[in-house]
Design a protein around this ligand. Structure first.
Ligand code: NAD
Ligand code: MG
Length: 334
């Protein structure tokens, strides 16, 4: 598998090209600013009555309505939320010139058939493997967030060059860029966030916290143990894998990990993970999420309210109030 780095980007198909970035949230702001600082010609497409308009202008960017931004653009990056992309595509599609590229940062709408691009357009993916504010912050520090790229349709004959140059422009090649497909990116990304990252990790924390507090231990102690310390362990894994974590934890922790860990996360968990992956692959999850949006997200809101009402949130807020570096950060933000 080839990891593309800065020296691998030799083409200049995006030099002088007009890049329209639709949306100015987590990824949109980071891509627009990084591309501009990399010397590209960027326009941000936003709703004239939206909150982001003034923000993008204050950041020094050209701003226009989505239709006006898409008109004459050589590449259009769809960085509005996944559930808004199909409607935004309908809104701008008549303006898009033949030979232009549609770019996505997550493959959902192409993979699940919510956007069907005509034959004369390129369809490409550049997906940073990190949140947008990190894509910006790392770029400002001469670093980058690794990216995946994929080509769904190469109408111009330049789709690959365009995708790699875009990944380069947002700083991705500083960390390394890997080739994937829309199917692989979409399915692995959904699986990761559901089973391991957002879903799996938070449920593990909550189950651990509840087990300790039910048994009568202080919630503050349970919080430090199950939520706060997780970051210290994850940092070690991030820096040097299992080996580095083992280097830094006690012998007793290592023995407990090796003998008890597989009892907590076991074959049942694996079976549930396979089910979750199955629902992603056969489209069940996508249909459910699209329907939930169409129905006004009532179930989503109910579950979110329940999550945020968990006792770990209350004790966590109180403890974080006291942490000096978080206090300093709040003071700077105020
Ligand atoms: P976001 O929710 O942070 O921002 C979306 C922006 O679009 C906001 O400026 C919002 O005001 C605007 N917007 C919302 N609805 C709109 C509409 N109907 N019309 C026009 N503009 C509208 O979105 P995000 O998290 O940056 O996600 C953008 C894309 O990037 C998605 O495809 C997502 O899957 C992908 N992605 C996100 C992350 C991440 O960490 N957030 C990481 C990798 C990929
Ligand atoms: Mg992801």
């Amino acid at each position: 598998m080839k990891l593309y780095v800065e020296d691998d980007v030799k083409s200049s198909t995006l030099e002088g090209a007009r890049i329209a970035v639709l949306g100015y949230g987590s990824q949109g702001r980071a891509h627009a600013l990084n591309l501009k600082d990399s010397g590209h010609n960027v326009v941000v497409g936003l709703r004239p009555d939206g909150e982001s308009w003034a923000k993008a202008q204050a950041d020094g960017l050209d701003v226009a309505a989505p239709e006006a931004a898409a008109k004459d653009a050589d590449l259009i990056a769809f960085l509005v939320p996944d559930m808004a992309q199909a409607a935004v595509y309908e809104q701008v599609r008549d303006q898009i010139k033949p030979g232009a590229a549609l770019l996505f940062a997550h493959g959902f709408n192409i993979h699940y058939g919510q956007i069907a691009a005509p034959a004369e357009l390129d369809v490409i993916l550049v997906a940073p493997k990190g949140p947008g504010d990190l894509v910006r912050r790392q770029y400002e520090q001469d670093r980058g967030v690794p990216c995946l790229f994929a080509i769904e349709k190469d109408a111009s004959g330049q789709a690959r060059d365009r995708a790699l140059e875009y990944a380069h422009g947002i700083g991705g090649t500083r960390a390394g860029v890997l080739e994937t497909t829309f199917a692989e990116e979409t399915e692995t990304d959904l699986f990761g966030e559901q089973a391991v990252l957002c879903g799996g990790a938070t449920e593990l924390v909550l189950q651990g916290f509840d087990t300790l507090t039910e048994a009568g231990y202080q919630p503050e102690v349970a919080y430090f143990e199950c939520m706060h310390e997780l970051k210290l362990i994850v940092d070690l894994l991030y820096e040097g894998g299992l080996a580095k974590m083992h280097e830094f934890v006690s012998e007793t922790a290592k023995y407990g990990d090796l003998t008890r860990g597989p009892r907590v996360i076991d074959d049942h968990t694996r079976e549930r993970m396979r089910e979750v992956l199955g629902e992603i692959r056969d489209g069940t999850f996508a249909r459910e999420w699209i329907q939930e949006n169409a129905d006004g997200r009532k179930e989503y809101q109910r579950l979110m309210d329940k999550d945020l009402a968990h006792p770990v949130e209350k004790v966590g807020r109180q403890l974080r109030e006291c942490m000096s570096w978080l206090k300093a950060k709040r003071a700077r933000a105020a």
